[in-house]
Write a new protein. Sequence first.
Length: 260
Amino acid sequence: MTVEDQQLTTRPRYRAEIAIVLLLSLGQSAVYSVVSLTAKLTADKPLAQQTATLNPTVSPRPYLDLTYQLLGIFFALIPVVLALFLLGRSFGEATRELGIDYRRPAYDLGWGTGLAAGIGLPGLLLVYGALQLGVNAQIVPSGLEPYWWSVPVLVLSAVQNAVLEEVIVVGYLITRLRALSLSPAWIIAASAVLRGSYHLYQGFGAFVGNAVMGVVFALFYLRTKRVMPLIVAHSLLDITAFVGYELLPESWLSWLEYSA
Protein backbone atom coordinates (compact mmCIF):
# COMPACT_ATOMS: atom_id res chain seq x y z
CA MET A 1 0.00 0.00 0.00
CA THR A 2 1.40 3.41 -0.99
CA VAL A 3 1.60 6.39 1.38
CA GLU A 4 -1.22 8.05 -0.57
CA ASP A 5 -3.44 4.97 -0.23
CA GLN A 6 -2.69 4.75 3.48
CA GLN A 7 -3.64 8.41 3.95
CA LEU A 8 -6.91 7.88 2.08
CA THR A 9 -7.67 4.99 4.44
CA THR A 10 -6.70 6.66 7.70
CA ARG A 11 -8.14 10.14 7.15
CA PRO A 12 -11.84 9.12 7.38
CA ARG A 13 -11.00 6.97 10.38
CA TYR A 14 -9.22 9.84 12.10
CA ARG A 15 -12.12 12.22 11.45
CA ALA A 16 -14.56 9.74 13.00
CA GLU A 17 -12.17 9.07 15.86
CA ILE A 18 -11.80 12.79 16.65
CA ALA A 19 -15.57 13.22 16.64
CA ILE A 20 -16.05 10.27 19.03
CA VAL A 21 -13.33 11.36 21.46
CA LEU A 22 -14.58 14.96 21.57
CA LEU A 23 -18.24 14.00 21.92
CA LEU A 24 -17.29 11.81 24.88
CA SER A 25 -15.34 14.63 26.52
CA LEU A 26 -14.86 18.36 25.89
CA GLY A 27 -16.93 18.55 22.72
CA GLN A 28 -19.88 17.40 24.80
CA SER A 29 -19.03 20.09 27.37
CA ALA A 30 -18.96 22.68 24.58
CA VAL A 31 -22.49 21.75 23.50
CA TYR A 32 -23.79 22.01 27.05
CA SER A 33 -21.98 25.34 27.46
CA VAL A 34 -23.76 26.79 24.45
CA VAL A 35 -27.10 25.66 25.89
CA SER A 36 -26.17 27.09 29.31
CA LEU A 37 -25.16 30.44 27.83
CA THR A 38 -28.38 30.58 25.80
CA ALA A 39 -30.36 29.97 28.97
CA LYS A 40 -28.49 32.77 30.76
CA LEU A 41 -28.95 35.22 27.89
CA THR A 42 -32.69 34.55 27.75
CA ALA A 43 -33.19 34.78 31.52
CA ASP A 44 -34.94 37.66 33.25
CA LYS A 45 -31.76 39.29 34.55
CA PRO A 46 -28.54 40.44 32.84
CA LEU A 47 -25.70 38.00 32.30
CA ALA A 48 -23.40 39.87 34.72
CA GLN A 49 -25.92 39.38 37.53
CA GLN A 50 -25.92 35.60 37.10
CA THR A 51 -23.38 33.11 38.43
CA ALA A 52 -21.37 30.23 37.02
CA THR A 53 -20.23 27.79 39.71
CA LEU A 54 -17.24 25.67 38.73
CA ASN A 55 -17.19 23.10 41.56
CA PRO A 56 -20.74 22.84 42.87
CA THR A 57 -21.93 20.82 45.83
CA VAL A 58 -23.75 17.72 44.61
CA SER A 59 -25.32 16.52 47.86
CA PRO A 60 -26.06 18.14 51.25
CA ARG A 61 -24.71 14.98 52.91
CA PRO A 62 -20.93 15.50 53.32
CA TYR A 63 -19.63 11.99 52.64
CA LEU A 64 -22.09 11.42 49.82
CA ASP A 65 -20.96 14.71 48.30
CA LEU A 66 -17.33 13.57 48.65
CA THR A 67 -18.18 10.31 46.89
CA TYR A 68 -19.83 12.15 44.00
CA GLN A 69 -16.89 14.55 43.70
CA LEU A 70 -14.30 11.75 43.55
CA LEU A 71 -16.35 9.72 41.08
CA GLY A 72 -16.76 12.78 38.88
CA ILE A 73 -13.00 13.35 38.85
CA PHE A 74 -12.31 9.68 38.08
CA PHE A 75 -14.76 9.31 35.21
CA ALA A 76 -13.77 12.66 33.69
CA LEU A 77 -10.29 11.19 33.08
CA ILE A 78 -11.50 8.14 31.14
CA PRO A 79 -11.49 10.03 27.79
CA VAL A 80 -7.82 10.82 28.44
CA VAL A 81 -7.05 7.11 28.71
CA LEU A 82 -9.03 6.50 25.51
CA ALA A 83 -7.15 9.23 23.63
CA LEU A 84 -3.78 7.89 24.74
CA PHE A 85 -4.83 4.35 23.82
CA LEU A 86 -5.78 5.51 20.32
CA LEU A 87 -2.58 7.49 19.77
CA GLY A 88 -0.01 4.77 20.45
CA ARG A 89 0.65 1.08 20.37
CA SER A 90 1.12 1.30 24.14
CA PHE A 91 0.23 3.74 26.91
CA GLY A 92 3.91 4.51 27.50
CA GLU A 93 4.53 5.17 23.81
CA ALA A 94 1.66 7.67 23.67
CA THR A 95 2.72 9.55 26.80
CA ARG A 96 6.30 9.81 25.53
CA GLU A 97 5.09 11.05 22.15
CA LEU A 98 3.09 13.83 23.83
CA GLY A 99 5.82 14.71 26.32
CA ILE A 100 3.88 13.58 29.37
CA ASP A 101 6.69 12.10 31.43
CA TYR A 102 9.32 12.98 34.04
CA ARG A 103 12.38 13.19 31.80
CA ARG A 104 12.67 16.99 32.14
CA PRO A 105 11.18 17.98 35.52
CA ALA A 106 13.02 21.30 35.88
CA TYR A 107 12.08 22.32 32.33
CA ASP A 108 8.44 21.36 32.80
CA LEU A 109 8.11 23.06 36.17
CA GLY A 110 9.92 26.18 35.04
CA TRP A 111 7.95 26.67 31.86
CA GLY A 112 4.71 25.64 33.54
CA THR A 113 5.17 28.22 36.28
CA GLY A 114 6.14 30.87 33.76
CA LEU A 115 3.12 30.19 31.57
CA ALA A 116 0.81 30.26 34.61
CA ALA A 117 2.22 33.61 35.72
CA GLY A 118 2.04 35.06 32.23
CA ILE A 119 -1.56 34.00 31.67
CA GLY A 120 -2.97 34.31 35.20
CA LEU A 121 -2.90 38.07 35.76
CA PRO A 122 -4.14 39.06 32.29
CA GLY A 123 -6.86 36.43 32.71
CA LEU A 124 -8.06 37.99 35.97
CA LEU A 125 -8.09 41.44 34.37
CA LEU A 126 -10.06 40.08 31.43
CA VAL A 127 -12.67 38.52 33.74
CA TYR A 128 -13.02 41.80 35.61
CA GLY A 129 -13.31 43.76 32.37
CA ALA A 130 -15.88 41.34 30.97
CA LEU A 131 -17.96 41.73 34.14
CA GLN A 132 -17.79 45.50 33.81
CA LEU A 133 -19.02 45.24 30.23
CA GLY A 134 -21.79 42.83 31.23
CA VAL A 135 -20.64 40.04 28.90
CA ASN A 136 -19.65 37.51 31.56
CA ALA A 137 -21.35 35.83 34.47
CA GLN A 138 -19.98 36.06 38.01
CA ILE A 139 -17.58 33.16 38.41
CA VAL A 140 -17.73 31.15 41.64
CA PRO A 141 -14.65 28.86 41.55
CA SER A 142 -15.92 26.69 44.42
CA GLY A 143 -19.42 25.93 45.61
CA LEU A 144 -18.26 23.32 48.13
CA GLU A 145 -19.05 23.60 51.79
CA PRO A 146 -15.96 24.04 54.05
CA TYR A 147 -15.50 20.36 54.89
CA TRP A 148 -12.15 18.85 55.83
CA TRP A 149 -11.91 17.29 52.37
CA SER A 150 -12.86 20.39 50.34
CA VAL A 151 -9.33 21.64 49.64
CA PRO A 152 -7.89 18.21 48.65
CA VAL A 153 -10.86 17.65 46.34
CA LEU A 154 -10.39 21.09 44.77
CA VAL A 155 -6.72 20.32 44.16
CA LEU A 156 -7.66 16.99 42.55
CA SER A 157 -10.30 18.74 40.47
CA ALA A 158 -7.75 21.30 39.27
CA VAL A 159 -5.28 18.59 38.24
CA GLN A 160 -8.07 16.61 36.55
CA ASN A 161 -9.10 19.68 34.55
CA ALA A 162 -5.51 20.26 33.51
CA VAL A 163 -4.86 16.67 32.43
CA LEU A 164 -8.18 16.34 30.59
CA GLU A 165 -7.95 19.63 28.72
CA GLU A 166 -4.27 19.61 27.83
CA VAL A 167 -4.15 15.97 26.73
CA ILE A 168 -7.36 16.17 24.66
CA VAL A 169 -7.33 19.75 23.34
CA VAL A 170 -3.59 20.05 22.77
CA GLY A 171 -1.81 16.70 22.65
CA TYR A 172 -4.45 14.46 21.09
CA LEU A 173 -6.26 16.96 18.86
CA ILE A 174 -3.13 18.59 17.45
CA THR A 175 -1.53 15.21 16.77
CA ARG A 176 -4.57 13.99 14.86
CA LEU A 177 -5.10 17.24 12.95
CA ARG A 178 -1.47 17.20 11.85
CA ALA A 179 -2.00 13.65 10.57
CA LEU A 180 -4.87 15.07 8.49
CA SER A 181 -2.37 17.50 6.94
CA LEU A 182 -4.08 20.66 8.18
CA SER A 183 -2.03 23.85 8.21
CA PRO A 184 -0.61 25.05 11.55
CA ALA A 185 -2.94 28.06 11.50
CA TRP A 186 -6.04 25.87 11.22
CA ILE A 187 -4.75 23.49 13.88
CA ILE A 188 -4.11 26.32 16.34
CA ALA A 189 -7.50 27.88 15.58
CA ALA A 190 -9.34 24.57 16.08
CA SER A 191 -7.63 23.90 19.40
CA ALA A 192 -8.20 27.46 20.65
CA VAL A 193 -11.86 27.66 19.60
CA LEU A 194 -12.61 24.31 21.20
CA ARG A 195 -10.98 25.47 24.46
CA GLY A 196 -13.00 28.67 24.43
CA SER A 197 -16.27 26.96 23.50
CA TYR A 198 -16.57 24.71 26.56
CA HIS A 199 -16.10 27.77 28.77
CA LEU A 200 -19.01 29.64 27.18
CA TYR A 201 -21.28 28.83 30.13
CA GLN A 202 -19.27 31.48 31.98
CA GLY A 203 -19.85 34.12 29.30
CA PHE A 204 -18.16 35.71 26.31
CA GLY A 205 -15.20 37.00 28.33
CA ALA A 206 -14.35 33.44 29.37
CA PHE A 207 -14.57 32.33 25.75
CA VAL A 208 -12.13 34.99 24.58
CA GLY A 209 -9.72 34.51 27.49
CA ASN A 210 -9.57 30.75 27.12
CA ALA A 211 -9.29 30.95 23.33
CA VAL A 212 -6.25 33.23 23.71
CA MET A 213 -4.82 30.78 26.24
CA GLY A 214 -5.48 28.04 23.68
CA VAL A 215 -3.46 29.86 21.05
CA VAL A 216 -0.51 30.26 23.43
CA PHE A 217 -0.65 26.63 24.57
CA ALA A 218 -1.00 25.28 21.01
CA LEU A 219 1.99 27.33 19.82
CA PHE A 220 4.01 26.12 22.80
CA TYR A 221 3.20 22.48 22.06
CA LEU A 222 3.94 22.78 18.34
CA ARG A 223 7.33 24.21 19.23
CA THR A 224 8.30 21.91 22.12
CA LYS A 225 6.18 18.74 21.63
CA ARG A 226 5.64 18.59 25.41
CA VAL A 227 2.25 18.63 27.14
CA MET A 228 3.63 18.35 30.69
CA PRO A 229 4.47 22.07 31.10
CA LEU A 230 0.91 22.88 30.00
CA ILE A 231 -0.50 20.49 32.60
CA VAL A 232 1.69 22.15 35.25
CA ALA A 233 0.58 25.65 34.18
CA HIS A 234 -3.11 24.75 34.03
CA SER A 235 -2.95 22.97 37.39
CA LEU A 236 -1.33 25.99 39.05
CA LEU A 237 -3.93 28.36 37.59
CA ASP A 238 -6.89 26.24 38.72
CA ILE A 239 -5.45 25.39 42.14
CA THR A 240 -4.88 29.09 42.78
CA ALA A 241 -8.43 29.94 41.70
CA PHE A 242 -10.23 27.03 43.42
CA VAL A 243 -8.31 26.86 46.68
CA GLY A 244 -7.85 30.62 46.91
CA TYR A 245 -11.60 31.13 46.66
CA GLU A 246 -12.15 28.48 49.33
CA LEU A 247 -9.59 29.84 51.82
CA LEU A 248 -9.27 33.59 51.31
CA PRO A 249 -11.57 36.03 53.16
CA GLU A 250 -14.73 36.96 51.26
CA SER A 251 -13.75 40.64 51.33
CA TRP A 252 -10.69 39.81 49.19
CA LEU A 253 -12.87 38.14 46.58
CA SER A 254 -15.70 40.63 46.38
CA TRP A 255 -14.58 41.90 42.97
CA LEU A 256 -15.37 38.50 41.47
CA GLU A 257 -18.96 38.91 42.59
CA TYR A 258 -19.40 42.37 41.11
CA SER A 259 -22.85 42.89 39.66
CA ALA A 260 -23.04 45.19 36.67
